[in-house]
Design a protein around this ligand. Structure first.
Ligand SMILES: *Cc1c(COP(=O)(O)O)cnc(C)c1O
Length: 238
């Protein structure tokens, strides 16, 4: 980083702006902003950028790759022990052990094989972590997530048969559609399954997600700036 102080200030300013926008959206929706958590998505940005956000008071972060998070966060967690790390990208079963060690919340539980691997690893490690089930609300073939119609049965498997501590649902609406109906569908699926946590909304649409009941918004670009074009996604290959 050639201009570290400037970059630190920019991230602090962006964070303040996003927090204000969340508060504003909450007020308009008649909701308490305290019920809306901000997950700052640091993917592709260096540890120094995450550090700047920590220095500005942010403690909750999201990453979409286990490998990248493993390289970035151990040092940050040593310095800020209350840092909370969320996995928001696809999880391969051969990385479950590492993910369980590293993350506090896994938002991308989306298939039986992964549910069984997580249950086994949590029992083995004697660890508890928070889980969200990802729903593919747009039923996009290339996107991770359980189909909406299969969600109730999958939740029963996770919670009743495997005893997994699922606390909510997560979705990423199709990029080329109005997000509102997807957020509404996710809220409906969560409500009828008695789940209180709704992870939905990104830089482009988090105020709309707040309208529809988001309790976690995942914001990257609006805090850390544009990302370099992502390499082809290989995390979902299994
Ligand atoms: C990258 C990412 C985000 C953040 O996206 P922005 O548009 O940069 O805010 C949120 N959720 C998931 C699952 C992501 O992969």
């Amino acid at each position: 980083m050639s201009d570290a102080p400037g970059q630190f200030a920019a991230i602090a300013g962006n964070l303040a702006q996003v927090r204000r926008a969340i508060a504003e959206a909450a007020r308009e929706a008649g909701r308490d902003a305290a019920g809306i958590g901000l997950v700052a998505v640091g993917k592709t940005h260096p540890a120094g950028a995450v550090e700047a956000a920590c220095a500005a008071g942010q403690r909750c972060f999201g990453e979409n790759r286990v490998q990248e998070a493993a390289a970035k966060y151990p040092g940050l967690k040593a310095r800020w022990p209350d840092l909370e790390l969320h996995l928001i990208g696809p999880l391969q079963t051969n990385k479950v052990r590492q993910a369980v060690e590293l993350f506090d919340v896994i938002q991308t539980l989306d298939r039986e094989k992964l549910a069984r691997a997580l249950a086994a690893e949590l029992a083995r490690a004697g660890r508890r972590l928070r889980l969200l089930v990802q729903v593919n609300t747009g039923e996009e073939p290339q996107k991770a997530g359980i189909a909406p119609a299969a969600t109730d049965a999958f939740l029963r498997l996770c919670r009743e048969e495997l005893g997994l501590p699922v606390e909510g649902l997560m979705c990423i609406p199709p990029a080329d559609e109005e997000p509102g109906p997807h957020f509404a569908l996710l809220a409906k699926l969560a409500a009828r399954n008695g789940l209180g946590t709704l992870s939905m909304g990104m830089s482009g649409d988090f105020p709309i997600a707040v309208q529809f009941g988001a309790t976690l918004v995942r914001v990257g670009t609006a805090i850390f700036g544009e990302r370099a074009p992502a390499p082809r996604d290989r995390e979902s290959e299994e």
